[in-house]
Structure formats: C-alpha cells, structure tokens
Ligand binder design. Structure first.
Ligand SMILES: C[S@@+](CC[C@H](N)C(=O)[O-])C[C@H]1O[C@@H](n2cnc3c(N)ncnc32)[C@H](O)[C@@H]1O
Length: 152
C-alpha cells in the first residue's frame, strides 16, 4: 500500500487550509508531505506551525531546501519516516492526499491519537466510514478536485 508523489496544486491546498480554518500558531501535519507544498503554505500564509512526514528521502531534501529558501526554520519541520509511526496527538489539523486504502488504514490511529476538535481535511479521497462535516468541489485548470473536512 503506497501513494505516489502527486502534489496538491497550490490553489487546492489553500482551499483545504481555509476549509479547515487553520489559525495562527496551530499545528498542521501533512502525512506524506511530498515536497512540502501544503506545509509551506500553512506556515507562510496561515502562520501555522507545519510538520510534514515523508518516506522518500529525495522529497525530504526538497522540503528542507524550500524551508531554507523561505526562511522557515523553527516554523516548518519535516520528519523522514513512515506516516504510520508518527504520533498525531500534537496536531490541530491533518491534511491528507493519500488514497482511500491508506486513509482507511490511518483512520483508527487518527481516531485514537487526535485531540477533540482536531480537523482532518482530505484531498480527493474520503476517509471511509467517516462523515464529512463539509466538502467542496473545486474546478482546477485540468480537472475537478474534491476536498472533505472532518472534525474529531
Ligand atoms: C499524493 S502525494 C501527496 C503530497 C502532499 N501531501 C501534497 O498533497 O502535495 C503522497 C506522498 O506520500 C508519500 N508516502 C507514501 N507512503 C508513505 C508512508 N508510508 N510514509 C510517509 N510518506 C509516504 C509519498 O512519497 C508521496 O510523496
């Protein structure tokens, strides 16, 4: 079970963070962060603290380079490792773009670890068995995207 690297377009990432109502100082976690596009947006535009988790070392390096370039030291972090090993209790908001099978597998961990009121926002793939509290359809330049918001 794995999700290939396909970045969430910046406009869609913006709508995800807006839908999740990310507030300054909140902790946004992106499991499977890719090149950390969502994390850098959360930190630079929403003034959040961002934590990405990424298994591919080349993508981890890209994250570090973009944090350096944007001067985000101390506000944006990347963990090199498996998203199933992370403890999500720290998160206020979790962003997902992983696939239904990984969402299904991650669900019980998120249910167990996330604090009451934490928000989960997922790009294109629902979390099977969870009822979204809100959702949006966004027309991108190449296709239509769906985002789903859940509150724990
Ligand atoms: C579809 S991309 C999403 C990237 C980013 N979240 C975004 O929306 O722009 C999925 C990412 O998850 C990473 N990934 C897949 N399985 C993983 C795992 N078990 N632990 C950590 N990262 C993983 C892949 O390397 C890939 O970069």
């Amino acid at each position: 079970m794995s999700a290939p690297y396909v970045p969430t377009p910046r406009d869609i990432a913006f709508e995800m963070l807006k839908l999740a109502n990310v507030k300054p100082g909140e902790i946004v976690v992106d499991p499977g962060a890719g090149e950390c596009g969502i994390i850098t947006l959360a930190v630079t535009i929403f003034n959040a603290i961002g934590i990405g988790i990424e298994i591919n070392p080349a993508l981890v390096r890209s994250c570090i380079e973009s944090f350096e370039k944007l001067g985000l030291r101390g506000r944006a972090y990347i963990v090199w490792g498996d998203l199933f090993d992370f403890d999500y209790s720290i998160a206020d908001v979790v962003t997902l773009y992983l696939g239904s099978d990984i969402n299904e597998k991650l669900k019980s961990k998120l249910n167990k670890e996330l604090k009451h009121g934490a928000r989960v926002v997922s790009h294109d793939f629902e979390v099977p068995g969870w009822q979204p509290i809100n959702s949006m359809i966004i027309n991108g330049p190449f296709r239509t995207h769906r985002i789903y918001l859940y509150i724990i």
